[in-house]
Design a protein around this ligand. Sequence first.
Ligand SMILES: [Zn+2]
Length: 181
Amino acid sequence: MRLVVRPSPIHSVGVYTNAAIRKGTRIIEYDGPRISAEEADRLYEGAPRTYLYGLGDGKTVIDGEGIAAYMNHSCDPNCEVDEIKDRVWIFALRDIAAGEELLWDYNLYDDEDPAPCHCGSPKCRGTMYSEDWIRKLKRRAARKNKNGSKPERELGAAGKKEKANPRISGKSRSYAARANG
Ligand SMILES: [Zn+2]
């Protein structure tokens, strides 16, 4: 199996396989320096594109580099991520044919700027945020409306941290639930 980075119809460039991959195959490590969530905030606040992956411990973030970081998001992916002893791997979620683009579900969280999805899948949820995070944002918006819908800038001036975090990708709760049971 050889992986190739080339232009993708979904976004910029993507990662393609030039050979068929069987379901369950461990394809590549999502590797990079380990940094703290605070460091990620400091380094990437307001950055348009990040390659951050939040580990399940809730504290460590991988600042992705290498081929895996080029993989695009899809709401109907052919790959998934899994953490094994503090390392993150991309696995084949189904049999993948030679020439296919390798895609995983970013399940983004920790940011409020729009993250529109262009995966083109019939199952597309329209955003790269995780379903958990979308629910959280909706609850937050509902609370804000209740409190008289102050503009965000005013809240910021009041010393409240509003939208400073860079977005981070992670494993969705549903994957975790499946792994545990
Ligand atoms: Zn999508």
